[in-house]
Design a protein around this ligand. Structure first.
Ligand code: GDP
Length: 701
């Protein structure tokens, strides 16, 4: 079967938003207007199509990043099938604990719609997600939602995008009416005004431009056109000559600028009141890239490490990235992948290049939210899911066996919080390890450590809610009941200076002996760099076959730091010398020697404890500002900024996670329930000496 859609008509996009900005409602409306869903569900009733996992319904948030395929013809081409486009919507979560999901979806999507609450404007998490999108150079359009709400302002929200996110933001529209009287939008490019009729606003109707808006509209339109023509010499000179530039040309140049991340169109509306969402879909077609609009994907040859480039074409060898592994109650294991090049066919063999294993492709499904459609093949640029892959985890590269490539990895943050977890009964004990193992496979920021048998299992993740949801899923999906301890900070250890040490493991009395001997140096690395092992052995002081064993010993020793048994990180280890014995040397002996040497070197390298520092934003009425900032200082927090929003104060601060437990309750009592806050992981820092001492003595959790 040939491809249904030319690649230029495919859009792989995600909708990103701060929790409650209206992402679910917008997605719902998209499914409705594109004809996938015939029923508009209200989020609070828990019927929303995209939120198909139960606990998401209960919590009203979206956790998984399911991919959904829909079709759209721009409204200005209504009825003309030739202009039909295929969108693969990659769902991104709203809650900050799931930033990792946002990150991995950003890695595979080509463009994004960023949704804002028209009352709150830019919120802290919008900033975080925006920066992630910058990191992956994802072209974006913005949608200022909820303009029907009291206190909503297009103007102010646009200004907050401009001030806090990007100077490339440019308004494409103007609202007609405000708050309860918000009725429609003016399209600045087309010079036209629209309202939305029908029960769900499904009919887009052109209306005359309201008299009172005409002047402002002219000004805004000039501003928009200037921004656009700046990107094209030919258009710029006709503009300067005073010529009217055709809308088609403006669209074309704007499209180029958006794809190059030079402009960010801003649209507006109210998803709940069914206003404006169709124009978001039009903007996706007009301005967000199709796969061939983007630079070819890069990877490395797993054998030679040479760089390989793959273009988004069906005639290139197959390459894809597995961006999510999920356990589906009906079909089992689903591996969502983004196809970067070539064609994946049912029944063929592929290579998981990250794990160097071949797997056979059984069924392939394309998802329409709660409905699956089996497909025979997936073309370049496509997104779908493979059923029943065994060894593939999130972030793995899948490719044609005869054209191996490893695509750039997704880097995930290390967990910051852990809880002890214990099965309730003997029966739970057996199932718990399977459950935790499966959940860890799905989610690279969720880790399991320790031993279920001895009741010493610690699960760790990116926040309290993250772990709560894991425990909840364990109960629902795997039927495992567990007792959960109090959350504890996931400290780490590191070193602060260079040092060297020797490790010897020599036993040569009676029977077969043991001989392992190494010399190594340790050196501090920058934060979040993890572990680097350098093999500097020249001339066979240690035979090659024993070097991996030394590295293994070093890695094992790093698992338990020398101060308080927290894992060590941000360390470079160079193995530079050693000796061996013809008969007595073994892998086991070199592993132990490596481990001894590392521990000794770490002790000499002024070890330190690292703690997670959170980015915290508190919103309070003016009268509580003094008390709230004083309290943040007493929590070892650093106030980074204070600003005004409507009639409240916004405090941005960095605070150690260990000082934030129970903050919600305290903030409530300090502010008579009128303060609110958000928090997310920022970075790790060395713990001050007096506190490090408490941690080492086990007195501080
Ligand atoms: P999400 O958390 O970003 O997925 O946001 P939801 O779509 O769940 O919306 C959060 C809340 O805002 C829900 O109660 C919605 O009904 C409401 N909401 C969404 N869009 C609008 C809108 O355009 N206007 C108003 N007034 N409320 C909205």
């Amino acid at each position: 079967m040939p491809r249904e859609y030319p690649l230029e008509k495919v859009r792989n996009i995600g909708i990103i938003a701060h929790i409650d900005a209206g992402k679910t409602t917008v997605s719902e409306r998209i499914l409705f207007y594109t004809g996938i869903s015939y029923k508009i569900g209200e989020v609070h009733e828990g019927t929303t199509v995209m939120d198909w996992m139960e606990q998401e319904r209960e919590r009203g948030i979206t956790i998984t990043s399911a991919a959904t395929t829909v079709f759209w013809i721009p409204t200005y081409r209504a009825g003309n099938k030739e202009y039909q486009h295929q969108f693969n919507l990659i769902d991104t979560p709203g809650h900050i604990d799931f930033t990792v999901e946002v990150k991995r979806s950003l890695r595979v999507l080509d463009g994004a719609v960023v949704v804002f609450d028209g009352v709150a404007g830019v919120e802290p998490q919008s900033e975080t997600n925006w920066h992630y999108a910058d990191e992956y150079r994802v072209p974006r359009i913005c949608f200022i939602n909820k303009l029907d709400r009291m206190g909503a302002s297009f103007e102010k929200s646009l200004a907050s995008i401009y001030e806090r996110l990007t100077k490339h933001a440019v308004a494409m529209q103007m609202p007609i009416g405000a708050e309860a009287h918000f009725k429609g939008v003016v399209n600045l490019l087309e010079h036209k005004a629209y309202e939305f009729e029908g029960e769900h606003g499904e009919r887009v109707v052109e209306i005359p431009i309201p008299e009172g808006l005409k002047k402002e509209m002219q000004e805004r339109r000039h501003h928009l056109i200037e921004k656009i023509v700046d990107n094209d010499d030919a258009l710029l000179s006709s503009y300067l000559e005073g010529k009217e530039i055709p809308v088609e040309d403006l669209r074309r140049v704007l499209r180029k600028a958006v794809i190059a991340n030079k402009l960010v169109p801003v649209l507006c509306g109210s998803a709940l009141k069914n206003k404006g969402v169709q124009f978001v879909l039009d903007a996706v077609v007009d301005y967000l890239p199709s796969p061939p609009d983007l630079p070819p994907v890069k990877g490395t040859d797993p054998k030679s490490d040479a760089e390989i480039v793959r273009r988004a074409r069906d005639d290139e060898p197959f390459s894809a990235l597995a961006f999510k592994v999920a356990t589906d109650p009906y079909v089992g294991n689903l591996t969502y992948f983004r196809n970067y090049s070539g064609v994946l066919t049912r029944g063929s063999y592929i290579l998981n290049a990250s794990k160097n294993r071949q797997e056979r492709i059984g069924r392939i499904v394309r998802l329409h939210a709660n409905e699956r459609k089996e497909v025979e093949e997936v073309y370049a640029g496509g997104i779908a899911a493979i059923v029943g892959l065994k060894d593939t985890t999130t972030g793995d590269t899948l490719c044609a066996p005869d054209a191996p490539i490893v695509l750039e990895q997704i880097i995930f943050p290390e967990p910051v919080i852990g809880v002890r977890i214990e099965p309730k009964t003997k029966a739970d004990q057996e199932k718990m390890s399977t459950a935790l193992h499966r959940l860890a496979e799905e989610d690279p920021t969720f880790r399991v450590a320790g031993d279920i048998e001895t009741g010493e299992t610690i699960i760790s993740g990116m926040g309290e809610l993250h772990l709560e949801i894991i425990v909840d899923r364990m109960k629902r999906e795997f039927g495992v009941q567990a007792n959960v301890g109090r959350p504890q900070v996931a400290y780490k250890e590191t070193i602060t200076q260079e040092a060297e040490a020797e490790g010897k493991y020599i036993r040569q009395s009676g029977g077969r002996g043991q001989y392992g001997h190494v010399r190594l140096t340790v050196k501090p690395l920058a934060r979040e760099k993890g572990f680097v092992f350098v093999d500097a052995i020249r001339g066979g002081d240690i035979p090659r076959e024993f070097i991996p064993a030394v590295e293994k010993g070093v890695r094992e020793a790093l698992e338990k730091g020398v101060l308080a048994h927290y894992p060590m990180t941000d360390v470079e280890v160079t193995l530079y010398d050693g000796s061996f014995h013809e008969v007595d040397s073994s892998e086991a002996a070199f592993k132990i020697a490596g481990s001894i040497a590392l521990q000794e070197a770490a002790r000499r390298a002024k070890p330190a404890v690292l703690e997670p520092i959170m980015k915290v934003q508190v919103i309070v009425p003016q009268e509580f500002l003094g008390e709230v900032t004083g309290d943040i200082n007493s929590r070892r927090g650093k106030i980074e900024a204070m600003s005004d929003r409507a009639n409240v104060k916004v405090v941005d601060a960095h605070v150690p996670l260990s000082e934030m437990f129970g903050y919600a309750t305290e903030l409530r009592s300090m502010t008579q329930g009128r303060g609110s806050f958000t928090m997310e992981f920022s970075h790790r820092e060395e713990v001050p000496a007096n506190i490090a001492q408490l941690i080492i003595e086990g007195k501080k959790k």
